[in-house]
Ligand binder design. Structure first.
Ligand code: ADP
Length: 444
């Protein structure tokens, strides 16, 4: 096992990783930017190293400074969390060259899955269903138009290097295609420094259903059930739950088998997520694989009782997955992302000082957060300040507990998404489990 782990991240996920390290008896090193001196992860870690100014590229994305921090403190492993360097193949490679274990996949696995069109062709060979569309990247506009002719509209143009819901364009009218293609290309070039595009059939009213997988270095891959992440705003997840109200045991079996095949096709190690779109006919299509821990991992933890960070660390240390697998999921869990954003004003960011902070608790309630009363939310990073997770024996019980927890949660000084979540929990369609990725477009 590792003798010391450096956490190359901030916020709630840094704290989350430190907690598990403490439980496992592994000393921790936090790194922080000058904007995060007062962040809880800095206080909770055994050691902390300031790695630079607030801007991400000067701190949490600055590979030489992070490696130097690991070398100075004698850390023999780095956990990247999510975002920042978590899916950066170069970082994984540099860790390897520096003799530090990257708690995540190899550079090759990240490259294979990080490029979305390459990922699709890789899993297609493993007989995993993928969204119909261009066979890999389209070379140019002429090639794209040729592909379009073989497809029905609507289609979606996507950036190969895309992420975070950015760089996607839906085309309903063929006459619009050229314009949308050019815009998508420009957007992808500026956002991802990579203008490669591919085309997919646009699935109407899909649900976003993703499978949690775990792999070890001995070739075993298992899945821990699904998460439904259909409640999204501009392709960004806001509420996630496990299990999905739309997935029957038979469908779970099929999706689970497909997810395991996809992960096995690259001999995947550690925690990963296979994302599918599920259509109204219960057909599902591989969309992408995330080669890291996800924001929404706690809903899987709640229904399985498995500490996913611990499993990531164990897998990275070369340990085997448990011989008899994991217990079957039980009950139901929901997560609401509490962002410092104002839902009354188009979710605009609301950084500032938290004047009052009272977080809920009680049976089946979990709060993962780095914030506290008096905490100043820096404007430089993402706006998530807490994850609220409610668990119950049934979906109804989980929603009731979530409603009560949202009532108890008091945050003053900044606007948050709490009022929005309260409305969703009361919504009849949400209660009935009857929703797709467009739920919020007709929410008002
Ligand atoms: P990102 O990596 O940017 O999050 P994804 O490929 O995971 O992008 O897609 C994000 C969301 O966009 C999905 O959850 C879904 O709501 C929507 N989406 C992506 N591809 C399609 C498609 N082919 N048809 C319909 N919706 C799609």
């Amino acid at each position: 096992m590792f003798s010391k782990i450096l956490i190359a991240n901030r916020g709630e996920i840094a704290l989350r990783i430190i907690r598990t390290c403490k439980v496992m008896g592994i000393p921790t090193v936090a790194v922080y930017s000058m904007a995060d001196e007062d962040s809880l992860h800095v206080r909770f870690a055994d050691e902390a190293v300031c790695i630079g100014p607030p801007a991400g590229r000067e701190s949490y994305l600055n590979i030489p400074r992070i490696i130097a921090a690991a070398e100075i403190t004698g850390a023999d492993a780095i956990h990247p969390g999510y975002g920042f360097l978590a899916e950066n193949a170069e970082f994984s490679e540099i860790c390897r060259e520096s003799g530090i274990k990257f708690i995540g996949p190899s550079p090759d696995m990240i490259n294979r899955m990080g490029n979305k069109s390459l990922a699709k062709s890789t899993v297609r060979e493993a007989e995993v269903p993928t969204v119909p569309g261009s066979d890999g990247v389209v070379k140019d506009l002429a090639h794209a138009q040729q592909v379009l002719e073989t497809m029905d509209v609507p289609v979606i143009i996507k950036a190969s290097a895309g992420g975070g819901g950015k760089g996607m364009r839906i085309v309903r009218d063929r006459a619009d295609f050229e314009k949308q293609f050019r815009m998508a290309k420009a957007e992808a070039e500026s956002a991802f420094n990579n203008g490669d595009l591919y085309i997919e059939k646009y699935i109407e009213k899909p649900r976003h259903v993703e499978l949690q997988v775990l792999g070890d270095q001995h070739g075993t891959v298992v899945h821990l059930g699904e998460r439904d992440c259909s409640i999204q705003r501009r392709h960004q997840k806001l509420i996630e739950e496990s299990p999905s109200p739309a997935v029957s045991p038979e469908l779970r079996q099929r999706m689970g088998d497909a997810a395991v095949s996809a992960a096995k096709s690259i001999r995947y190690e550690g925690a990963g997520t296979i994302e599918f779109l599920l259509d109204a006919n219960n057909d599902f299509y591989f969309m992408e694989m995330n080669t890291r821990i996800q924001v929404e991992h706690p809903v899987t933890e709640a229904v399985t009782g498995v500490d996913l960070i611990r499993e990531q660390i164990r897998a990275a240390a070369g340990e085997k997955l448990p011989e008899n697998g994991f217990p079957l999921p039980e009950g139901h869990a929901i997560e609401c992302r509490i962002n410092a954003e104002d839902p009354a004003h188009d979710f605009r960011p609301s950084p500032g000082r938290i004047e009052t902070w009272h977080q809920p608790s009680g049976l089946g309630v979990r709060v993962d957060s780095h914030a506290y009363q008096g905490y100043m939310i820096p404007p430089y990073y993402d706006s998530m300040i807490a994850k609220l997770i409610a668990y119950g024996a049934t979906r109804d019980e989980a929603i009731d507990r979530m409603q009560q927890a949202l009532e108890e949660f008091v945050i003053e000084g900044v606007a948050t998404t709490i009022p929005f979540h309260k409305r969703v929990m009361r919504h009849t369609k949400f209660r009935e489990g009857d929703f797709d990725t467009h739920f919020l477009e007709t929410f008002e």
